[in-house]
Design a protein around this ligand. Sequence first.
Ligand code: SOE
Length: 380
Amino acid sequence: MKKTLNIGLIGYGFMGRTHSNAYRKVSNFFDVPYKPVLKTVCGLDEAQARAFADQWGYESYCTDWRQVIADDTIDVVDICVPNNMHAEIAIAAAQAGKAICCEKPLALNVAEAERMVAAVEKAGVANLVSFNYRRVPAVTLAKQLIDEGRLGRIFHYRANFLQDWTISKDVPQGGMATWRLDAKAAGSGVTGDLLAHCIDTAMWHNGAITSVSAMTETFIKERKNAETGKVEPVGIDDACTFMCRFDNGSLGNFESTRYARGHKALYTFEINGENASIAWDLHDLHRLSYFDHADDSIVRGWRNVHVTDGDMPYMGKWWVPGLQIGYEHSFVHQVADFLEDMAQGKPTSPTFREALATQRVCEAVLTSAKSKSWQTIKQP
Ligand code: SOE
């Protein structure tokens, strides 16, 4: 029998579901060293916590996260609450010696993120931030191709993350469903919520971002607060565009908005190197577009690689070649890697320290937009 690992989930929203699903599925498909046990789920509303526990098979539920931290039987604290609660919970979990998986972005700002890094490193606990898109097989394959040197020198990295769900002025801010629009809960708008994904993947693929120049806009200046009903100024960025320089000399272009009518979650990137280019699109997440200049000119063109074969990242663990998996499987891969690394005493990327680097870029982007100036990212 495998050793069990007791999970304490804090937060039962959208991300709580993706993480619970991953813990439930992982040992069916991956030969992981531990069997995760859904021990307890914690959330503010007792009836909802109970219903979530029933639906997902948690053994118990509670409404005070401190109870999860104080529970000696919990091995992993999984943080899926709004961003303004990440730091306090993660630091307490680290002090209690728990392994931690924390939703992205790591924190509200760099100062908080630094305290979280210090806490997990002092405690020596396993720590991971859930930038799940790295573990979409085609995105992982892109990393492999870059690391093999197939692209040669990289000149350009561009990424977009486009949505359209906040165009109506009637969408409120704050509360359970719309905390992402409330600056106090989220820290920022699309920069922390969406561009953080693009920045994490970009730095994983292409190395550190060293300077940025950004602009942001808040198109709807006031919204009703979902809890109080009061109309209040909106403090988040609705859209953000930035250009940047990478440490390897390449140039980056990033755009995110929640005002791109027709796009629900269009995350795309394209990387251009001297020998080859790569492109990817979340709406067709199994395909990696690949252009290799070394091909014979008469057949040279963009290839559409269907990343489903057994020798492609993670795919050997699923069905048979050609059959697809989806969004939720990126979380299963994340948990599989986390458990494997934990058993070997190895860090799992992105660690809190790696996510701090992303937080620094996000903060520099917001400062640049505010000050209308280039910002250099100070790496410690
Ligand atoms: C926002 O709509 C959101 O759910 C993000 O919070 C997630 O991180 C992203 O993966 C999808 O969009």
